[in-house]
Design a binder for this molecule. Structure first.
Ligand SMILES: C[S@@+](CC[C@H](N)C(=O)[O-])C[C@H]1O[C@@H](n2cnc3c(N)ncnc32)[C@H](O)[C@@H]1O
Length: 315
């Protein structure tokens, strides 16, 4: 990276080792952020198509794009659209795809983006700055729907209690108001290790940005875009995401033991080679970057088999 990066890339060396870029290859960074991975790929001699649905990330990445001598182009699109976008640019197939799921430090640290319960801001949380905001959701959704979202996407065991408190406190327009409502509902003590609002904020963010659907569609799009021998690297930050990645790769690498889809899968040729063990941050990185604590990297190599039929959403 040139200059001081506001977002420290997680597992950078391991991601680049997994993608193994060679000069002249084409790689896709589905989650540009501050461009940590993209720039390392450019420096390795690759041509990089980088996606981010956050207009701020694309705008701020303009300097890297300009410095890249045409090696890096930025695309303000969700990564689920990568296949169509790459086809439009005659850039298929590609040799590597990386996804670094979740929010960037820039998004979290800027109160006006509304992701943080530690700083007051408008209750927004939209990575793409369009569509339903967190405020729309908490003020308009039914109590049962809110409880479902908190339970499934935040693993909040007291989801009904929190949902009831949210509905009673409407309208809620600021992050600090939502955090206070949750803390009151669950009881917050100063020395608690984890703020009780953490799970609610995570759930609403994932819901508003359709993050799990995006991940499923992005994996299917990557499978279609990768050349035989192409590498897929995915960094995820919590179990809901990692479960999706793990299941996707397990099914497609022909290791479906215990899968309820077993009879269907047996007839398919694996589209990925057997998957190596997940990689986690070592001591040195943990000390340098606390965000790496919950990161899991999975890398897999594409076979020459046809991509499996996408599950509906990807064209
Ligand atoms: C964890 S950061 C990536 C950081 C990046 N690897 C770096 O080194 O700076 C995640 C980024 O992905 C973007 N993002 C998340 N989901 C996305 C999606 N479905 N499509 C495109 N971008 C997405 C976010 O806006 C954010 O900028």
């Amino acid at each position: 990276m040139t200059g001081a990066a506001p977002h420290i890339p997680v597992l950078l060396d391991e991601v680049i080792a997994g993608l193994a870029p060679r000069p002249g290859e084409t790689h896709v960074d589905g989650t540009f952020g501050a461009g940590g991975y993209s720039w390392a790929l450019v420096q390795a001699g690759a041509r990089v198509y980088a996606f981010d649905r956050d207009p701020d990330a694309i705008y701020e990445g303009g300097a890297l794009e300009a410095a890249s001598n045409g090696k890096l182009t930025l695309h303000k699109q969700p990564f689920s659209h990568m296949y169509d976008e790459l086809r439009r640019m005659s850039a298929l197939p590609v040799d590597g795809v990386v996804l670094d799921i979740g929010v960037s430090s820039m998004q979290l640290d800027r109160a006006e983006r509304g992701f943080s319960f530690q700083a007051d801001g408008p209750l927004d949380m939209r990575m793409g700055r369009a569509g339903m905001s967190a405020a729309d959701f908490v003020n308009e959704a039914g109590e049962a729907e809110i409880a479902d979202v908190l339970y499934h996407l935040g693993e909040e065991r007291q989801s009904r209690r929190v949902a009831r408190a949210i509905v009673a406190a409407r309208p809620i327009t600021r992050t600090s108001e939502l955090a206070a409502v949750v803390r009151r509902a669950l009881g917050h003590r100063e020395h608690d290790k984890k703020d009780p609002a953490t799970r609610t904020f995570q759930a609403i963010r994932i819901h508003v940005n359709r993050e799990l659907e995006e991940l499923e569609d992005g994996l299917a799009a990557a499978e279609k875009a990768l050349a035989p021998g192409g590498r897929l690297a995915v960094v995820s930050f919590h179990s809901l995401e990692d479960r999706i990645v793990k299941r996707f790769l397990k099914e497609r690498s022909g290791a479906p033991a215990g899968s309820r889809h077993l009879p269907e899968l047996k007839s398919r040729a694996p589209s990925f080679e057997a998957v190596a063990k997940p990689v986690r941050a070592g001591e040195a990185e943990l000390a340098r970057n606390p965000r790496s604590r919950s990161a899991t990297l999975r890398v897999a190599r594409r076979t020459a088999a046809s991509p499996w039929a996408p599950k509906g959403r990807v064209s």
